[in-house]
Design a protein around this ligand. Structure first.
Ligand SMILES: NC(=O)c1ccc[n+]([C@@H]2O[C@H](COP(=O)([O-])OP(=O)(O)OC[C@H]3O[C@@H](n4cnc5c(N)ncnc54)[C@H](O)[C@@H]3O)[C@@H](O)[C@H]2O)c1
Length: 332
């Protein structure tokens, strides 16, 4: 992906200060790097939530942290968002607790706090200060299993999906009050810096000598619309400046469907044989997901440009230089 990607109007992004919550995470740090390349002034907020290694997140920000147009507020966004925001800021709200499996049981407390209560606070402060636009990181999880049907609708099948849908309901409520907000429903994001609980990260680590074992959940025929993180960053930044009605929700998908077995085969082609074990499919795992990209194309003029093979190649290169097996998390 070149720094002068035609999709994003660089001058419009550089006109604003951009506040990115969850800046040190997988998607957040990729968005930050891209914003800096486009000439924006960026303020990141991240509390280094310890559910996966903070050192990993510090590494994500290694380049940004020495950039003159970047600063990081290392704190819970709930506590500091009101002090950080200024009138006319663009706000990219990515902070949250991702992952389906931990959202069952007592784990939901953290999802409620980080995905619902924090999101309401960000909207409240953005409305109060007069932010230019808020982009909310929603999720394909809110569709449950319905995204491939003729009757696709918000029908989550996990507590995580419920928490992300709550963020969209809140977005609609605040849009009614005048907040300029767009929600993006990301479909299974992959690529360099991918979270250690996510399937492709665990697959690559299971190809390393002395690495972990990839635990495949279910028969491997579950299908996902996998979306490359560089494409997600482009869509996210574009949605911060593109004309869009407040309260708009858009699918952000990679345009290519693959089964888990397909993905495993590609990873083995790129990185070598993988150690695997199989367990039953977990609760809250949809059989298939598929994005409807036409409304996204109509509003943003954005299309994904990275094939699954090219995106996995980039992820393979990243894993090849990571410390061995420091970072695989099995959930549920
Ligand atoms: N990765 C995906 O496939 C995917 C798919 C759909 C939606 N999303 C959403 O995108 C967002 C980013 O996901 P990710 O995969 O990059 O996850 P991530 O865990 O790598 O990033 C989230 C970041 O937010 C930070 N954070 C959490 N709570 C915070 C708080 N209260 N204050 C400040 N920082 C806080 C964490 O420390 C972390 O660095 C999440 O909201 C997630 O729900 C991700």
């Amino acid at each position: 992906m070149s720094a002068d990607h035609p999709n994003v109007p660089a001058t419009r992004v550089a006109e604003h200060r951009v506040v990115v919550t969850g800046a040190a995470g997988f998607i957040g740090s990729t968005v930050v790097d891209r914003l800096l390349a486009l000439g924006a002034e960026v303020v990141g907020i991240d509390d280094y939530d310890p559910w996966y290694l903070p050192a990993r997140k510090q590494a994500n920000l290694a380049t940004a942290s020495v950039h003159e147009r970047f600063s990081l507020v290392e704190a819970d966004a709930f506590d500091v968002i009101g002090d950080v925001l200024r009138p006319d800021d663009l706000v990219i709200h990515l902070a949250g607790r991702p992952g389906v499996q931990d959202s069952w049981g007592l784990g939901f407390t953290d999802y409620s706090r980080r995905n619902i209560e924090l999101t309401q606070r960000v909207y409240e402060e953005a409305l109060g200060v007069g932010a230019n636009r808020v982009v909310y990181a929603s999720s394909s999880s809110l569709y449950g299993g319905s995204s491939t049907s003729d009757n696709r609708r918000a029908a989550p099948i996990s507590p995580y999906g419920v928490s992300k849908l709550a963020g969209e309901h809140l977005a609609n409520v605040y849009a009614e009050r005048g907040l300029n907000i767009v929600s993006l429903r990301y479909f299974t994001v992959y690529g360099p810096r991918q979270r250690p609980d996510m399937a492709m990260h665990r697959m690559f680590e299971a190809t390393k000598a002395n690495g972990s074992v990839f635990i495949r959940r279910g028969d491997g025929l579950q299908r996902r619309e996998f979306t490359f993180v560089g494409d997600v960053a482009e869509a996210t930044i574009l949605s911060a400046v593109a004309p869009a009605a407040p309260g708009t929700s858009l699918d952000i998908g990679g345009g290519e469907s693959a089964s888990l077995l397909d993905a495993m085969a590609l990873v083995e082609e790129l990185a070598g044989p993988m150690r695997t074990e199989t367990l039953p499919a977990p609760a809250g795992d949809p059989r298939a997901t598929a994005a409807d990209l036409q409304p996204t194309i109509d509003v943003l003029g954005w299309v994904p440009t990275t094939s699954l093979f090219d995106g996995l190649s980039a992820q393979a290169s990243w894993h090849a230089v990571q410390p061995d097996h420091d970072m695989v998390i099995e959930l549920g």
